[in-house]
Design a protein around this ligand. Structure first.
Ligand SMILES: [Zn+2]
Ligand SMILES: [Zn+2]
Length: 363
């Protein structure tokens, strides 16, 4: 029985603005529209697009060599064959959405989002959430939402975005609908919207400041665990590998936490960035992973578990950068990951899929 329902509202790392990172997550067993979002790069516009009947079932839009590509090229065919990956929202979600014009349906689904868990305050992770925020006051579909994250995320959002300059201070307590709820590093807390889930934020590295290369930028990995079954998914913001010459291994600490707290078969999916192909000049990663580095992290995860094989762990790959190229970089990267993993002991059976915008995964 699937525990997690993950709808990919946006799954790239830009620079095209309509597909940046936002994952809507539901408890697959609940019979309502309650959900949370990890990041808010996009929002209502992406929900509305997912509500339209697909013009080309089984195919997805690409902006490269072919304008349409079969979704099997992006998603492990075993997931589509079993129904674990589908286009659009799940039937279970749509059961609770009334027949109505798409804008009304989108606002009703938006109403169900109880919390945003923001990984870091870069624009490609917040833009949709900010622009959508006025809709919490929609008289016909009002809602209350929390903006959650570690203080390095919530404080700048409060001071530099919802400050009555860049955007109205819709988080003002007098309005009472949108509020900040800072989290503590490595401390689990229950999701108010989905109380069956405990969510633990881990701080990780995400490059350095342009103006001061010695000053690092942080991001967040969220570990989401079902209290009863202990089924777990890991949802990562932008990140890079731990520095080699420092005592702190923040990503290593995440892998260690998983190995100590989550049985491998209970690890239902790892949703992680792979912004670049292996062709990238390693000095131009700017706080991100490449396919080679992602495979390196999977090896680190396997080592943390102390097992011979990660078996058929589901890895959903997000935040691919839409670079100037002939082939869709999402296809380049998924092919690279499969080839690299096939040649590494213990990673041969790992299942790789792109976190494809407009698709829902039941895991
Ligand atoms: Zn990003
Ligand atoms: Zn970023």
């Amino acid at each position: 029985m699937p525990c997690f329902e993950i709808s990919i509202l946006g799954g790239t790392g830009g620079p095209f603005e309509a597909s940046t990172q936002c994952f809507m997550i539901r408890d697959a067993r609940r019979r309502d529209l309650a959900s949370i979002c990890i990041d808010g790069g996009v929002g209502l516009g992406a929900i509305a697009r997912m509500l339209r009947q697909p013009a080309h079932p089984g195919a997805t839009e690409s902006l490269y060599a072919n304008e349409l590509e079969p979704i099997q090229r992006y998603i492990d065919p075993a997931l589509t064959a079993s129904g674990a990956a589908t286009q659009g929202f799940s039937d279970r979600l749509m059961m609770h959405v009334p027949a109505a014009p798409i804008v009304q349906q989108a606002l009703i689904i938006f109403q169900g989002i109880g919390e945003y868990y923001i990984t870091h305050p870069h624009m490609d992770h917040i833009a949709g959430m900010v622009v959508n925020s006025a809709a919490v006051f929609e008289p016909r579909a009002p809602s209350k939402k929390l903006i959650r994250g570690l203080p390095f995320t919530t404080t700048p959002l409060q001071e530099h975005v919802f400050n009555d300059v860049i955007w109205p201070q819709l988080t003002h307590p007098l309005l009472g609908s949108l509020s900040f709820s800072p989290m503590q590093r490595s401390e689990p807390s229950a999701s108010p919207a989905l109380p069956q889930f405990d969510i633990t934020p881990f701080e990780v590295h995400h490059g350095a400041r342009v103006a001061d290369p010695n000053d690092t930028v942080s991001s967040t990995v969220y570990v989401i665990t079902d209290r009863l079954t202990k089924d777990t998914i890991v949802v990562c913001g932008d990140l890079e590998k731990d520095p080699e010459d420092g005592p702190d291994g923040q990503l290593a600490a995440v892998w260690r936490h998983l190995a100590q707290n989550v049985e491998l078969p209970r690890l239902r999916a790892l949703l992680i960035e792979c912004s670049n192909s292996k062709a990238i000049d390693e000095t131009r990663l700017f706080g991100h992973l490449s396919s080679i580095r992602l495979v390196g992290e999977l090896e680190a995860l396997r080592a943390a578990y102390g097992v011979d094989s990660l078996d058929s762990l589901t890895v959903l790959v997000s935040h691919v950068k839409m670079v100037y190229a002939d082939e869709d970089p999402r296809l380049t990267i998924i092919d690279e990951l499969r080839q690299l993993a096939a040649a590494r002991n213990g990673l041969e059976r790992v299942s790789f899929s792109i976190a494809l915008q407009g698709c829902t995964f039941m895991l």
